[in-house]
Design a protein around this ligand. Structure first.
Ligand code: AMP
Ligand code: ZN
Ligand code: FE
Ligand code: FE
Length: 287
């Protein structure tokens, strides 16, 4: 197995233009090769639309592909991101939850644009220029429209105030309950791993007791090494994982030029990826 071995470089959480990244799936695979990765995980928000194109680029790039999705969830108004790996992409319950999220995201984005347009020169059509055709429209696409309008220089700046959850323009969207989501991912043959559970600058943190409920519901692992986690968060999450016998992953959460995160910024050991493949319904696509 190409990716097995001590020196394998594996980055299991990235985004493309199919959600809010800036690479096409082919470009992601090419950039992963340039970054020296052996395996890359493609985990767009709420869609698996990039899987086929990325799969087609495996041979030419020599990079193995871990197929995944980052499922939007919410608990009591707090956003939770659940990575689902190697699930059946035709599973009806997961597709229904994703459809409901995508529809609610559109409604939410329209409301936020309505609010923002009072103070900034943007329209819904401007945002559509940056959003994926049939996918999860998110705040990053609103940020892109604000940047195009000259209001901000980059996404990060737009997020500091105009798009911040505690700012005046924010509006929520529906998302699946994270405990139900863990059960649904398992039922779809997927491997559920909670993404960046301590990314505190974004919003209020998910209470630990809810994380414990997710573990009881079948959570397979915790993404401990993430660019938004401080060293103490990583330590804390590794302790919980050890206590509860969970997998520990690390990733860049690469978004192309949409975020400063670079491919391979954090990585996951080959043994962990092998266990994910063992638990999942699909296989890793190898050259
Ligand atoms: P949404 O799901 O629409 O609420 O938007 C959240 C997404 O915005 C996350 O998936 C992040 O990738 C992205 N995001 C959050 N904070 C920032 C930031 N400061 N700069 C760029 N992207 C961000
Ligand atoms: Zn994102
Ligand atoms: Fe996320
Ligand atoms: Fe992500």
């Amino acid at each position: 197995m190409k990716y097995a071995g001590e020196m394998a470089l594996i980055d299991p959480h990235t985004h493309t233009l199919e959600s809010d990244g800036t690479d096409t799936p082919t470009e992601l695979m090419q950039n992963a090769a340039k970054a020296g990765l052996d395996v890359v995980g493609l985990t767009d928000h709420d869609v698996t639309h990039g899987w086929d194109e990325a799969t087609a680029a495996v041979s030419e790039t020599g990079v193995s592909l871990l197929r995944g999705m980052e499922m939007s969830c919410a608990w009591n108004g707090i956003t939770v991101h659940l990575l689902s790996y190697l699930h059946d992409p035709r599973n009806e319950a997961l597709l229904a939850a994703a459809r409901k999220t995508i529809d609610s995201r559109e409604n939410r984005a329209r409301i936020m644009v309505e609010r923002l347009s009072v103070d900034y020169p943007i329209t819904w059509e401007d945002v559509l220029n940056f959003a994926p055709e049939d996918g999860a429209v998110g705040r990053p696409h609103i940020a892109d429209a604000l940047i195009a309008a000259g209001a901000f220089e980059n996404r990060n700046q737009a997020f500091e105030w105009a798009l911040h959850p505690r700012g005046p323009y924010y509006y929520h969207h529906w998302a699946q309950d994270p405990i139900v989501a863990v059960q649904q991912v398992r039922a779809a043959g997927g491997v559920p791993i909670i993404a960046h559970p301590r990314a505190r600058m974004r919003q209020k943190l998910l209470p630990i007791r809810v994380l414990m409920d997710m573990i009881d519901a079948g959570l397979a692992g915790i993404e401990a090494n993430h660019p938004d986690h401080a060293a103490r968060d990583v330590k804390f999450l590794r302790e919980i994982s050890a206590e509860r016998g969970l997998l520990v992953t690390g990733s860049s959460d690469y978004h192309g030029t949409g975020k400063p995160n670079w491919l391979g910024q954090n990585t996951t050991p080959a043994e962990v990826i092998q266990e994910i493949e063992h638990q999942g319904t699909l296989e890793i696509v190898r050259p």
